[in-house]
Design a protein around this ligand. Structure first.
Ligand SMILES: [Zn+2]
Length: 178
């Protein structure tokens, strides 16, 4: 039904008006507007080209489905229906939520995205820094470990370190000097 109406409207208005009509039918979204505000914007764009019944159909099409289903039953004049839609949306979302969503949307979206990207970059840098630090710590602890060979019960320090080339020997040792 909506598509038929759209075709009818596009047909009815001249080529010059099609862009305006297209905006009215396709680009105008509820967004942060109240339903009554949206209706006013539509009326402005329409410029009395459509009767209220047509306008109502276009306007309803932009409302959230649950609100639309309640509103579409109403036989009240379009202006009153718009007020009703405002109230339903307000009752559903609450005025606080609307205020909050306005505050959020006043921060440009790309800034938020940039901040998130920046944060994840910093986390990546921090992660690599931490892992390289722990690597260094392992390496330095290896370096700091005493390099002097430990003599065992069977082998003295000299034989342990120099093997058969040992020039000295210290008891107790099972090996002998050459
Ligand atoms: Zn020895």
């Amino acid at each position: 039904m909506y598509d038929t109406l759209k075709a009818h409207i596009v047909q009815r208005f001249g080529e010059s008006e099609q862009r305006r009509i297209k905006k009215l039918l396709q680009e105008l979204e509820l967004g942060d507007m109240r339903p009554s505000q949206l209706l006013r914007e539509m009326r402005k764009l329409d410029g009395n080209g459509m009767n209220d019944a047509m306008l109502k159909l276009v306007w309803l099409n932009r409302l959230p489905p649950d609100v639309r289903s309640i509103i579409s039953i109403s036989r009240e004049p379009l202006g009153k229906v718009a007020c009703l839609a405002d109230k339903i949306l307000e009752a559903r979302d609450g005025p606080q939520l609307h205020a909050a969503s306005n505050a959020v949307s006043s921060v440009p979206n790309h800034t938020l995205t940039q901040q998130i990207e920046q944060l994840s970059k910093e986390i990546t840098i921090l992660k690599s820094r931490v892992s390289s630090q722990s690597r260094n710590r392992n390496r330095s602890s290896l370096r700091n470990r005493p390099q002097t060979p430990q003599s065992t019960a069977e082998t003295c320090w000299y034989h342990f370190k120099f093997g058969d080339n040992a020039k000295k020997c210290r008891p107790p040792c099972t090996k002998s000097l050459n």
